[in-house]
Design a protein around this ligand. Sequence first.
Ligand code: 0PR
Length: 375
Amino acid sequence: MRERGLGEEEIFAELCEARSRDVPYGRVLSSMCTNPHPIAVKAHQEFVNTNLGDPKLFPGTADIEHRCIGLIGDLLHLPAATGYISTGGTESNIQALRTAIQMKHTDRRRANIVVPESAHYSFEKASQMLGIAIRRAPLDDLLRADPSEMAALIDKNTIALVAVAGTTEFGQIDPIEEIGRLAQEHDLYLHVDAAFGGFVIPFMDRPAKFDFEIPGVQSITIDPHKMGLSTIPSGGLLYRSESLMKVLEINAQYLTSMVQTSLAGTRSGASAASAYAVLQYLGRAGYREIVATCMENTRILREQLEDMGMEPIIEPVLNIVTARAKDPVGLRKKLAEKNWYVSTTVHPCALRMVVMPHVTADVIEAFTADLKKVI
Ligand code: 0PR
């Protein structure tokens, strides 16, 4: 570190140069992030020095977080849900499994969780950190969790089941009602990962059931910083009842609040304020409009790809499109040379595009024009 500080101008020249090398969202079809809504940015700036790790010092901010959880709970058919604004899907998923372990009081060296093969890699992190085994159940033909395959992996040491509402690779929704019944039959904790789908499914024409409406669902991951249009890092973890979140309480007596349940200690109140602001600003009607546009653009992209001879692996369920190709990884590289960023799926291997709000009809037109040149 330098002895004497630099001037603002020089610092910002360096920062802006670095920033100019970042890929603008308009060239990105591989991300679940997007430009946050201006209202979210404004709220974020207003709360930039707030710390929800010590809520007694920030009772106003804590109240906004509480109201934000109330709004998301209402969206998930449980206005009385408890929870908190996390740093994203990874933290929420880790915390949900931590809750399941604390609830069961079993020997965690023997404990296992059963997840569909499509579960996000954050569950792998959770399994490593928490020291529990992870069992992956094969999917059905449409790449959904297969409840009978999950049932086959349950034994006396199973503590939790996971289902996904909007899988990372294919945007598929698991049969959560059936998995809920399975959880109840075996008295198991059921966590639903709706990090991506949580702000899409409720706003679709015929929404699938995935939330607290389903008996047996104990907690849900839902990320405002993905399709919620909030700022990074706004994640959401919601519980069916307060007693579930309570098992995470750690004594922190030197804090004014005495206990802490979140994984992060010091944590951003800005991300809670920003999520709250955009939820209030858009309302259901605003999100419905955004989702309708994304789904229409998904349809357009899917058709354009098919016209080029690239069939989807599954019909898009949410705003994620996959396309069979001869050499998806090679194609991905060629697209990157043209400054387009897509990703590829693993099983089966295909091109994958996430149609976030920044992936407009114009972006799709320019993208498919370049794609035609490289295939
Ligand atoms: N659960 C699901 C279903 C997810 O898709 C993701 C992220 C997570 C949990 C974890 O969320 P956080 O990343 O907020 O902890 N899925 C994306 C992925 O892994 C995240 C992403 C976003 C990746 C933007 C790249 C990117 O540019 O693909």
